[in-house]
Design a protein around this ligand. Structure first.
Ligand code: UDP
Ligand code: MG
Length: 168
């Protein structure tokens, strides 16, 4: 048992289907602590960095368009950081299998996800799959001051005489 952090994204299909409240209620079953939350307009650069590990997959371009909101014409995702004991596994259990058709029907993806004709899994949420991924993803999506505690080492930098905290 370890205290872990995890990044959750309510993807554009989740927002357009008004599932945000529902998703947060379901996530609360894991009894974790919310550490950060914000609505993000996803740039192509952010999308590519987030899904870097899937660059060689045939569905990569569709996936980038999906997470950016091009597919659903709603250009936003809700980004959340949770912390707690075994946070990654607990959240992945509530979220369910990557493929909505294989996911437990009571999981978020099983209940609300779908597979498109192009074969993309529109599965409503993203959740980090390891501690290493969580660290990479949280640092990518959040600035230190957007999270209520410093989850990872930070350093102070000065830009145009303004001091700012960034991930070390
Ligand atoms: N994905 C897809 N088809 C696949 C595998 C993945 O459309 O065969 C999409 C799906 O939206 C998934 C995302 O790519 O959530 C990231 O894939 P990953 O293997 O990291 O699954 P996850 O960690 O999201 O369960
Ligand atoms: Mg993944």
């Amino acid at each position: 048992m370890a205290i872990e952090q995890t990044l959750i994204l309510v993807k554009p299909d989740g927002l357009i289907k008004s599932l945000t409240g529902n998703v947060i209620s379901r996530l609360s079953e894991a009894k974790l602590t919310i550490m950060g939350a914000k609505v993000v307009r996803v740039s192509r650069e952010l999308a590519i960095k987030h899904y870097e590990h899937l660059q060689d997959k045939p569905f990569f371009e569709e996936l980038i368009q999906y997470i950016m909101g091009d597919v659903h014409k709603t250009y936003r995702v809700l980004a959340l950081v949770y912390q707690g004991e075994d946070a990654i596994t607990k959240i992945r259990d509530v979220v369910g299998h990557t493929d909505p058709e294989q996911a437990n029907p009571v999981s978020i993806r099983g209940a609300y996800g779908r597979v498109t004709r192009a074969g993309v899994f529109e599965n409503v949420v993203h959740a980090s799959s390891s501690a290493e991924d969580a660290e990479k993803e949280i640092k990518l999506w959040f600035m230190p001051e957007e999270i209520v505690e410093d989850l990872y080492p930070v350093k102070e930098i000065t830009i145009n005489e303004v001091k700012k905290l960034v991930w070390a």
